[in-house]
Design a protein. Structure first.
Lengths: 159, 81, 748
């Protein structure tokens, strides 16, 4: 079976890869490109651990084929910090203990960043519904929601 | 002699007594003494037990001292998550 | 040197603060390496073939076609493991079926191939001939004579005649005369309660990477709650010496008890052995749900008698837990913990351990206790409300305290139950107004907490900073806690210490991360290791000053003369002592190995407000407050996190989560869409109140906090829903159709 050649952009870098027709974007990111920050929790789009953005849109990378990345701009958790400067959400998650085991954290951060880009002043309810597709089993979500709200407030003050 | 409180169904295997007395100054002597004096308890002892000594729970430490006035209670082996 | 063993709260400089966790940046940037994130050169992909039947005799397995497929490097069945020692016989049987497949999803064969696609294809080429047998998945049905029996001859001597062979053991606890006590009651509630089986639901599926060399050395990278356990169990199954198998714990993406046993690991090692190549295995979500440890489903009879004034006269519970296909449901602990929060003159519990055609139950956070608490706390609530009494006042009246004889036997030392009840009683949540269709529930919970085998090695580097090596996977911030306790004890800043999780080659035996033991036991060992290092540093300072060791004390990160008579020397800091360590006897370290005992039991009280939609039966959680004794909260944010996470898992158990089996014995909801754990939009903030009643068994007073928070919520939510719906709910989960049906039935 011949593999498909794909030219794309990942975290701002021009990237090429070969993938099987049935390989998901998640498989490609993790197994071909070594970007294991994106996690597989279910493979069926129910847990959000594999959240990435494609042309700025939040998607579950387990539900998208690798071949569909052709010509797109993919952003993963590895593209969130600028060098050694963490994104304010990343910093706040650490400061406010918004993670325990950390397996859902990359997906939640990618999703939360996507929310704040659309809505810099979300209500608690908006944050909860936006993140309803990102399962966390450790925290009960309390500190995650607080960290997102507080980051949003900080970013509003800074801008 | 140390008085050892047995749980309900264990008492049936020790001839019905809820409390038995054993000559023991350590946890190991206690467990050995129970097995020796009450052979009916052996299967349960072999499966493993926990022991409460004066309200503190011990699993393994053979040489934990036991005073003659200590409150000693046998418990099912504890397991956590 | 003088060491103060009993620090006062005011003396703490690091403990009780909220520093950033040392693994934080790795975890927010995606750098942290979990089970599935490791690769090895030449690595193969391993996959497992699973039984499509709930109960079937395996007549024949033909792997020849799979072996012949290009790219397949090894195929493994149970026959490859041969005879194993008795203590791991059931373990390997659960990892790879022997004569019978005992549940839907039971592993029957495995392959390793050079790609996942080839591995999947190979599984389809394995021919398994099954003789399908009758099955049973319900606990009450499994106990009845005539039920299909999973294992002949496994029943213990504790089971009386007249029960099916699936009843493995019976246990009884208690004291006093229950029937006489019930006769004195003004009212007796007698009900049967049922709970569904729930899964721990960690987001990271099981994963490992195994290597086995021809000389018998093995290496394993694995997400687990206990890599020493993995080493010991796998070594026994594979006939290896423990020292030859080195296990490294990956970061762990949640466990909650479900990663205290092995599933893939022995199979991966056998595939690696047969293929001579590294083998990586990662479960899918459906495999996690079908074949790894859910908790027991239960059926529980409760009878409790109460006087009009709220005093409980007697309490009885009979608990039936099915723990899946092998003995060992957590019914013993359910039976011991059921009435642990109460001071009772007459109390008895009877527990039955039952097997059925479901995956073997693994531990799940305070294993066995939440279901028992659901039944008991529901009955107490019904009695209190029936008499028009304040449910918290009733619990305060009957609550266990120092000197109370516990229902499971011992007399309690200082405990914190009453403190949590009093905090709940005076909290504004208790008197906040409720609206239409809303109800408030409270419940108490108890957990034992454990200690166990623990090793810590603490090293002072030449520049005077400190490394701590411990052997327990960090499941929720424990590296931060150990770092804090080491810094506290040494009197140096938090950022001068780094804690790592060492592999099995680096430390002695460590008990699994379970029983809420890590902050207690590893913390204790860390403190003792730091004290050993301090003693050594005082000795070095004494040598340099030419005075007696006893004349030197340690304070604020430096050795100092103990008093005016010791001589006038300026303090020597840890950095100054470390810099000349090579001149004063060599590198400086402290280590501590212990079987930690005296963990200190734990209590909590939960309060919850709900609203039940009268048209749909759907429940919404409006407000939730957790009150729990933490002994001493080392890092309060992570204590709060344990309270919040446990409460929400309990909410899921109460409202949504359940293993649903069809008549065919097949699991019908093996995915996160249909096995629905709570999501962010289901919940309000979870408020927490940390009580600190120091544990005398720990140098800083620490108690484990991880498990107790899942014990009260099932009952607290059920009591709130029952109040809101106007009908007593006795079966979990309280899904909307069940609540609606109960409301309609109550209306007539």
């Amino acid at each position: 079976m011949s593999r498909i050649h794909v030219t794309t952009t990942v975290n701002g870098d021009a990237t090429e890869f070969l993938c099987d027709a049935e390989a998901t974007l998640l498989d490609v990111l993790r197994d071909e490109l070594g970007l294991t920050g994106t996690k597989e929790g279910c493979g069926t789009g129910d847990c959000g651990a594999c959240s990435v953005t494609v042309d700025g849109r939040l998607v579950c990378s387990c539900l998208m084929l690798g071949a569909e990345a052709e010509g797109r701009e993919i952003t993963t958790i590895e593209g969130m910090a600028a060098g050694d400067t963490l994104h304010p959400l990343q910093q706040k998650f650490i400061e406010m203990a918004a993670l325990q085991c950390g397996i859902c954290t990359p997906g939640i951060l990618v999703a939360a960043k996507s929310l704040l880009e659309r809505n810099p002043d979300p209500s608690e309810e908006e944050v909860r519904y936006w993140l309803a597709g990102n399962l966390c089993r450790c925290t009960g979500y309390d500190k995650i929601i607080r960290a997102v709200m507080e980051t949003a407030a900080d970013m509003r003050r800074a801008s | 002699m140390v008085k050892v409180l047995l749980w309900g169904s264990l008492a049936d295997l020790a001839g019905g007594a809820r409390e038995v007395a054993v000559e023991a100054a350590t946890l190991r002597e206690l467990l050995d003494g129970l097995a020796r004096d009450h052979p009916g308890l052996r299967p349960e002892l072999d499966r493993g037990v926990s022991v409460s000594i004066d309200g503190r729970i011990y699993n393994d430490s053979w040489f934990t001292p036991i005073g003659p006035e200590s409150e000693v209670v046998l418990l099912k082996r504890l397991q956590g998550g | 040197m003088a060491l103060d063993d009993t620090k006062k709260t005011k003396d703490f400089k690091v403990v009780g603060t909220r520093p950033n966790r040392p693994d934080g940046i790795d975890k927010v940037t995606g750098r942290a390496r979990f089970g599935a994130d490791m690769v090895a050169p030449g690595m193969l992909t391993g996959r497992i073939l699973r039984s499509p039947h709930a109960h079937a005799r395996i007549l024949r397995i033909d792997t020849s076609k799979a072996e012949a497929l290009p790219g397949v490097k090894a195929v493994v069945t149970r026959a490859d493991f041969g005879d194993v020692p008795d203590h791991v016989a059931n373990v390997i049987d659960n990892c790879m079926a022997g004569d019978k497949a005992l549940y839907d999803g039971h592993a029957v064969a495995a392959v390793a191939a050079n790609s996942a696609a080839v591995a999947r294809k190979a599984l389809k080429l394995i021919e398994v001939e099954y003789e399908v047998l009758p099955h049973v998945t319900d606990v009450d049905a499994a106990m009845k004579p005539g039920a299909p029996v999973l294992h002949e001859g496994w029943q213990q001597e504790t089971v009386p005649a007249g029960y099916s062979g699936n009843v493995i053991s019976r246990v009884e606890f208690g004291h006093g005369d229950v029937e006489a006590g019930l006769a004195k009651a003004d009212r007796v509630v007698a009900r049967t309660y049922r709970t569904g089986a729930t899964h721990q639901g960690y987001i990271e599926p099981h994963a490992c990477l195994a290597t086995m060399s021809a000389d018998g050395q093995g290496d394993l990278w694995v997400c687990t709650q206990g890599h020493y356990m993995v080493r010991n169990v796998c070594a026994a199954i594979l006939g290896m010496e423990q020292g030859q198998l080195r296990v490294t714990a990956s970061e762990i993406g949640g466990g909650f008890g479900g990663k205290t046993v092995v599933f893939l690991e022995p199979v991966a090692l056998m595939l690696a052995k047969k293929s001579g190549r590294p083998v990586k295995m990662v479960m899918s979500r459906s495999e996690v749900l079908r074949a790894t440890g859910p908790t027991a489903s239960t059926s529980i009879d409760v009878r409790i008698g109460m006087k009009k004034d709220g005093r409980i006269t007697a309490a009885f519970a009979e608990l039936r837990y099915q723990g899946g296909a092998y003995p060992g449901s957590p019914v013993d602990m359910g039976s011991m913990s059921a009435f642990a929060p109460y001071d009772l003159e007459n109390v008895k519990t009877v527990g039955w351990d039952v097997v059925s055609n479901r995956p073997k139950a693994a531990a799940y956070r305070a294993p066995g206790a939440p279901m028992a608490a659901f039944a008991v706390e529901s009955a107490i609530d019904e009695l209190a409300r029936g008499f028009g009494l304040d449910p918290l006042a009733v619990r305060l009246m009957n609550g266990a305290k120092e000197g109370t004889r516990a229902s499971y036997g011992p007399t309690y030392p200082a405990i914190g139950l009453i403190a949590t009840l009093e905090a709940a009683h005076t909290h504004p949540h208790w008197t906040a107004p409720l609206g239409e269709n809303q109800g408030r529930g409270v419940a108490c919970g108890f957990w034992f907490n454990f200690g166990g085998d623990t090793c810590v090695s603490l090293n002072v580097t030449p520049d005077g900073t400190v490394t701590v090596s411990e052997g327990n996977p960090d499941i929720g911030g424990s590296r931060a806690s150990m770092t804090m306790m080491a810094a506290e004890e040494l009197g140096i800043p938090y950022d001068q210490v780094r804690t790592i999780i060492a592999d099995t080659g680096s430390l002695g035996q460590n008990e699994v991360t379970d029983g809420s033991r890590v902050t207690f036991a590893v913390g204790l060992a860390t403190i003792e290791a730091a004290r050993a290092a301090k003693r050594e540093m005082c000795k070095r300072a004494a040598m340099i000053w030419g005075i007696d060791e006893e004349a030197v004390e340690w304070e604020d990160g430096a050795a100092r003369p103990a008093g005016p008579n010791a001589g006038k020397f300026p303090p020597m800091t840890i950095k100054e002592i470390a810099a000349v360590a090579s001149n004063t006897g060599g590198p400086i370290a402290g280590h501590h190995e212990v079987t930690a005992e005296g963990a200190g039991v734990s209590f909590g009280t939960h309060m919850v407000d709900v609203e039940v939609d009268p048209d749909t039966g759907a429940t919404r959680i409006l407000r939730y407050t957790v009150f729990q004794d933490a002994g001493r909260a080392v890092h309060p944010s992570y204590v709060e996190g344990q309270f919040q996470g446990g409460a929400v898992q309990g909410i899921g158990w109460a409202l949504n989560e359940e293993y649903i089996y069809g008549e065919d014995g097949i699991l019908q909801n093996a995915g996160f869409l249909d096995y629905r754990i709570p999501v962010a939009s289901d919940l309000p903030m979870i408020d927490t109140v940390i009580l600190e009643i120091p544990n005398p068994g720990h140098p800083y007073g620490v108690r484990g906090v991880g498990e107790t928070p899942i014990v009260p919520p099932l009952a607290a939510v059920a009591n709130a829903v029952s109040a809101a719906a106007g009908v007593r709910m006795t079966r979990l989960p309280m899904s909307p159709p069940r609540v609606l049906a109960a409301m309609q039935a109550a209306k007539g």
